[in-house]
Ligand binder design. Structure first.
Ligand SMILES: [Zn+2]
Length: 179
C-alpha cells in the first residue's frame, strides 16, 4: 500500500476498526508521516455456472431472481419470498465452496423450493427449465405432483394447474386438431 503523498510503501497502522462490511485502517507513512485510510473488504469467491452446452458463465443472481419472479408472477405468495429464495439459493451455492457448478444443480434447487411453495410456480418454472416439448410431458409432470402425497397441502385450491390463458391455448389447439 503506497503512501498517497510520497509513494513510500511502508506505513504503520495507528487505528483499526470494524465497519459494516470490512475493516477500516488509519495508517501513517513511515517516510513522510502523512496519515491516510485504507479499507479491507472480503472479496466473494467467484462462482461459475456450467451450462447444458458446457459453456461457463459467472453466476448471476439477478438472472436467478428473474427466473423466480417469472415463475411466481401473480401467485398469492408472501411478500419477499422470491428475494428470500434467491438469497437462500445463493448462500447455499457459496457454502458448497465450489468454483464451478452445473446449471442443472441450481435448477433442481429452485424446483425443490417451488414444489413445496406453489404448484403453478413450479410447473411454470419446470416448463421452461425442463424444456417440455409437448403437452403430454407436461401432463406427466402434473400427474406426478398430484399423486405425490407428501406435498398435498390443499389440492383443490391449487387447481387448475395451468393459468387460464394457457388452458385456453390447449383448448384451442385441441379444437383445431379435431377439425
Ligand atoms: Zn509518505
Amino acid at each position: 500500500m503506497n503512501c498517497p503523498f510520497c509513494g513510500n510503501h511502508d506505513s504503520r497502522v495507528i487505528d483499526s476498526r470494524d465497519v459494516n462490511d470490512g475493516i477500516r485502517r488509519r495508517r501513517q507513512c513511515l517516510s513522510c508521516n502523512s496519515r491516510f485510510t485504507t479499507y479491507e473488504r472480503l472479496q466473494p469467491a467467484s462462482l461459475f455456472v456450467i451450462k447444458k452446452d458446457q459453456r461457463r458463465e459467472e453466476f448471476n443472481k439477478d438472472k436467478l431472481l428473474t427466473g423466480l419472479r417469472k415463475a411466481c408472477e401473480k401467485r398469492p405468495l408472501p411478500t419477499g419470498i422470491v428475494d428470500k429464495m434467491g438469497d437462500d439459493i445463493e448462500a447455499e451455492l457459496y457454502q458448497q465452496g465450489r468454483a464451478e457448478i452445473p446449471s442443472a444443480v441450481i435448477g433442481d434447487m429452485v424446483m425443490e423450493r417451488l414444489k413445496n411453495l406453489d404448484y403453478i410456480a413450479y410447473i411454470r418454472f419446470a416448463s421452461v427449465y425442463r424444456d417440455f416439448t409437448d403437452i403430454t410431458a407436461l401432463k406427466r409432470e402434473i400427474d406426478t405432483l398430484v399423486s405425490d402425497e407428501t406435498v398435498t397441502p390443499s389440492p383443490t385450491s391449487q387447481l387448475p394447474l395451468l393459468p387460464a390463458e394457457e388452458l385456453g391455448t390447449v383448448t384451442k389447439r385441441h379444437k383445431r386438431s379435431l377439425r
